[in-house]
Design a protein around this ligand. Structure first.
Ligand code: NAD
Ligand code: MG
Length: 299
């Protein structure tokens, strides 16, 4: 473990380097293993304090970026974790599974494509079977492809972005309800794009607004059952999403520099928000969107 962890007081401006990523391109989905510079997912720094002892969690998009950082943090906090990702991401997933197993917790690998409605349902059943139940769900998988104009935005992209980002969230959550007992939690990954849509992300940003709204409505519906639903809204976080056409290439070197903190966020900086919303200490927090964005004002 590194000498500093997320519980060490530091200057947030300099806690992580102000990166200037070179222009680069990966095919979708990108791999953390090939990202330049690499990211911090907390492998060497996240320190658990027993806040998720015995939880059984399913996390989508858990091979890389934010989902991987959340998976590592959940394991360090005492949870067993089922990880979903695309089959092409096996290399990243194996790395995260190894980190989790070194922590002494179980990592269940469940690759598959969330655009397949029947897979979304079988994913939940498989996670429940392998983990022996389910009490924490993190809907984090997402797809982001920048397109300059609406005229160039194809039907196929529009539909696939909606399938991955919001339809799968509805299907997985619905399947999860058959298993989630009182005291369970659901955390959905939305985005600052829900409030400040980029001109190149019309499809993506509108799914993120939908996720926010879905989370706030469902939180009220499930509250009487003792199931809490919340969301996390990241700002610019350095992950493979950005180099697999998530941003126009020329925007990469400046990524995150316009935030008040002046730098991109690292995936591990997101993990405490998901831990908080999944842990019992947030018992009175429902329908909240927790912003982790380097200081950009939000409604
Ligand atoms: P990432 O590329 O590391 O993670 C996205 C994951 O989504 C991939 O690893 C992949 O496993 C999964 N995914 C994509 N299409 C899929 C499909 N068809 N089936 C199954 N899984 C699929 O990037 P990330 O930035 O960590 O993204 C995680 C979440 O954070 C996403 O919902 C993204 O929209 C959101 N987010 C990211 C940022 C950012 O700046 N990186 C900002 C706001 C919100
Ligand atoms: Mg990935």
């Amino acid at each position: 473990m590194a000498s500093t962890d997320q519980l060490t007081f530091t200057d947030p401006v300099t806690r992580f380097p102000d990166i200037t990523p070179p222009k680069q391109d990966q095919s979708e989905p990108g791999l953390d293993a090939e990202l330049i510079p690499g990211t911090d997912r907390g492998e060497d720094s996240y320190r658990g304090t027993g806040r998720l002892e015995g939880r059984r969690a399913l996390i989508t998009g858990a091979d890389s970026g934010i989902g991987a950082a959340v998976a590592i943090a959940f394991a360090r906090e005492g949870a067993d974790v089922a990880l979903n990702y695309l089959p092409q991401e096996e290399k990243d997933a194996q790395h995260i599974a190894e980190v989790i197993r070194r922590t002494g917790r179980r990592a269940i690998l469940l690759p598959g494509d969330l655009t397949d409605a029947s897979f979304c349902r079988s994913l939940v059943e498989e996670a429940v079977r392998e983990l022996g139940g389910l009490d924490a769900l993190v809907n984090n998988a997402g797809r982001q492809i920048a397109v300059e104009s609406l005229e160039e935005l194809e039907d196929e992209q529009w539909t696939t972005t909606y399938e991955v980002n919001i339809h799968a969230m509805y299907r997985i959550t619905k399947a999860g309800l058959a298993h989630l007992p009182a005291g369970s939690t659901i955390v959905n990954t939305t985005s600052i794009q829900a409030y400040e849509p980029s001109t190149t992300l019309i499809d993506y940003a509108s799914t993120k607004a939908a996720i926010n709204n879905f989370s706030k409505g469902l939180a009220q519906q499930l509250a009487p059952k003792g199931i809490r639903v919340n969301a996390v809204a990241p700002g610019p976080i350095w992950t493979p999403l950005q180099v697999s056409d998530g941003q126009p290439k020329e925007a990469l070197p400046e990524f995150g520099k316009s935030t008040p903190l002046g730098r991109a966020g690292q995936p591990t900086e997101l993990a405490p928000a998901y831990v908080f919303l999944t842990s019992p200490e947030s018992s009175y927090v429902l329908g909240e969107t927790l912003h982790v964005n380097g200081g950009s004002p939000t409604p």
